[in-house]
Design a protein around this ligand. Structure first.
Ligand SMILES: Cc1cc2nc3c(=O)[nH]c(=O)nc-3n(C[C@H](O)[C@H](O)[C@H](O)COP(=O)(O)OP(=O)(O)OC[C@H]3O[C@@H](n4cnc5c(N)ncnc54)[C@H](O)[C@@H]3O)c2cc1C
Length: 355
C-alpha cells in the first residue's frame, strides 16, 4: 500500500486540519489550502464552544448522532494524548460530564428533556437526576439558585481554539505545505484550482464547510452567536445547560476564567455581528444562571454559520481522485473523529485497490 500520496486538502477548518494531521502521520505529503488565516480560521470551528455532548444532542436529533458521538468519545482521548505528548502541553480536554439545570418555574422543560432522553436511550446509567445536594457537589456556584438538574456523566469538552493551534503546529512539524489566504475556486479529481494557480495531486479532499456549495446544492448555513465573558466571581467545573421555554443556553468554562455562552440557532447565513436581541437573551439567561454574572466582562462576541445538509447529518462522498466531507452542522467536535476515521478508511481502501 502506498503511504506517500500527494494529498491536497481544501479548507483548513476542523475537518481539514484533522484529516491533514492524521494523513501526515501516515507519511502522506499534505498541501492544505485555507481561504482565511490559519492562525484564526474563518470557519465555524473557531466560534464553536467545543462541547462533545452526545446525550444532550440526541434529544433534538437522530439516534445515529449519539452512536457516532460515543465512538468519538472513545477516539478523542487517544488523539489528545498523542497531541499532548508531541506538543508538551495540555489541550484542556475534559471528560467531566455536563450538568443541565432549570429554575423551579421551568422544571417542566427539564422533565420534558429527561423524558425525551429516556425515550431515545431508555434508562441510561450515564444520566443521574440531581437534587440540591447533587448540584452542590458538582457545581457549588449554582447551588443557591437551582434545586433540580441532570448530570450527563460521559460528556466531554475541549478547548477548541487551542486544539486548532496545536494541529497547525503539528502540520508544520510534519512538513505539510500550508497555503493561507488562498481561496480554492474548485476541487476536481486530482486537482485544486485556487487563487494562485492549479495544483495536481494523487487525491483531493474537500473540507470547505459552507464554502462547498458548488458541490452540495442543499448545503446551508445555520447562524450561531456566542458571547465570551470573563469573571472571577463564578467558577463552573464543566459545561452547564439551562432549560428555558424560549432559549437553550449553555455555558462552557474555558481557561483564564473565561466562559463561552451560546448559542443561538437561526436558519440564516447572515454573518453580520451579533444582534442586540441575541446579546440580551444570552446575557439575561446567563444572569438567571447566577446573578453574580452581572459583573462579568464581555470579552468577545462571535458569529458563524454551521455547515448543514438537509438531514443535518455528516456526509463523506468519494470518487476517484476526489473526496468530500461536510455537513457537521452543530456536531463538529462531537463527530469529527468518526468522520475523519471514515475519510481515512476510504483512502486506505482506494489505496489498496490501486496497489
Ligand atoms: C456558535 C457555534 C457553536 C458551536 N458549538 C459546537 C460545539 O459545542 N460542539 C460541536 O461539536 N460543534 C459545535 N459547532 C459546530 C462546529 O463548529 C462545526 O460543525 C465544525 O466547525 C464544522 O467543521 P468543518 O471543518 O466542516 O467546517 P469549518 O470549521 O467551517 O471549516 C471550513 C474551513 O474552510 C475554509 N474555506 C471555506 N471556503 C473555502 C475555499 N473556497 N477555499 C479555501 N478554504 C475555504 C473556511 O475558511 C474554514 O476555515 C458550533 C458551531 C457554531 C457556529
Amino acid at each position: 500500500m502506498k503511504s506517500d500520496l500527494r494529498i491536497g486538502i481544501a479548507g483548513g477548518g476542523l475537518l481539514g486540519r484533522l484529516c491533514a494531521w492524521r494523513l501526515s502521520l501516515q507519511g502522506h505529503h499534505i498541501s492544505l489550502f485555507e481561504a482565511s488565516s490559519l492562525e484564526r480560521p474563518a470557519g465555524a470551528c473557531w466560534t464553536a464552544a467545543g462541547m462533545i455532548s452526545p446525550l444532550s444532542e440526541v434529544v433534538a436529533t437522530e439516534r445515529e448522532v449519539y452512536d457516532m458521538g460515543l465512538q468519538s468519545l472513545a477516539i478523542w482521548p487517544r488523539w489528545i494524548a498523542e497531541l499532548e505528548a508531541s506538543q508538551g502541553r495540555n489541550m484542556h480536554y475534559r471528560q467531566a460530564g455536563s450538568v443541565v439545570v432549570a429554575h423551579p418555574l421551568d422544571e417542566a422543560e427539564l422533565r420534558q428533556f429527561h423524558q425525551d432522553l429516556r425515550s431515545k436511550l431508555g434508562d441510561s446509567s450515564d444520566v443521574e437526576l440531581l437534587d440540591a445536594s447533587g448540584i452542590q457537589r458538582l457545581e457549588p456556584d449554582l447551588a443557591d439558585h437551582f434545586q433540580q438538574g441532570l448530570y450527563l456523566k460521559s460528556e466531554a469538552d475541549i478547548n477548541n481554539r487551542r486544539l486548532l493551534g496545536a494541529l497547525l503546529d503539528e502540520l508544520r512539524k510534519n512538513g505539510a505545505n500550508l497555503h493561507e489566504n488562498c481561496k480554492v475556486q474548485s476541487c476536481e479529481p486530482f486537482r485544486i484550482c485556487h487563487a494562485q494557480g492549479t495544483d495536481e495531486f494523487d487525491l483531493v479532499i474537500d473540507t470547505r464547510g459552507l464554502g462547498a456549495k458548488d458541490v452540495f446544492p442543499g448545503l446551508r448555513g445555520v447562524r450561531g452567536e456566542v458571547l465570551i465573558v470573563a469573571t472571577d466571581e463564578i467558577k463552573l467545573n464543566r459545561p452547564v445547560r439551562m432549560m428555558h421555554p424560549r432559549y437553550k443556553l449553555y455555558a462552557v468554562p474555558k481557561p483564564n476564567g473565561q466562559i463561552v455562552i451560546g448559542a443561538t440557532e437561526i436558519e440564516s447565513e447572515d454573518m453580520s455581528p451579533i444582534s442586540l436581541q441575541s446579546c440580551m437573551e444570552l446575557s439575561s439567561a446567563l444572569y438567571a444562571l447566577n446573578p453574580a454574572f452581572a459583573e462579568a466582562r464581555i470579552v468577545e462576541t462571535s458569529v458563524n454559520c454551521r455547515p448543514a445538509l438537509m438531514d443535518n447529518l455528516p456526509c463523506v462522498e468519494n470518487s476517484p481522485g476526489l473526496l468530500h466531507a461536510n455537513g457537521l452542522h452543530r456536531h463538529g467536535y462531537l463527530l469529527s473523529p468518526v468522520v475523519v476515521s471514515d475519510v481515512l478508511s476510504k483512502i486506505n481502501q482506494l489505496n489498496q485497490n490501486v496497489a
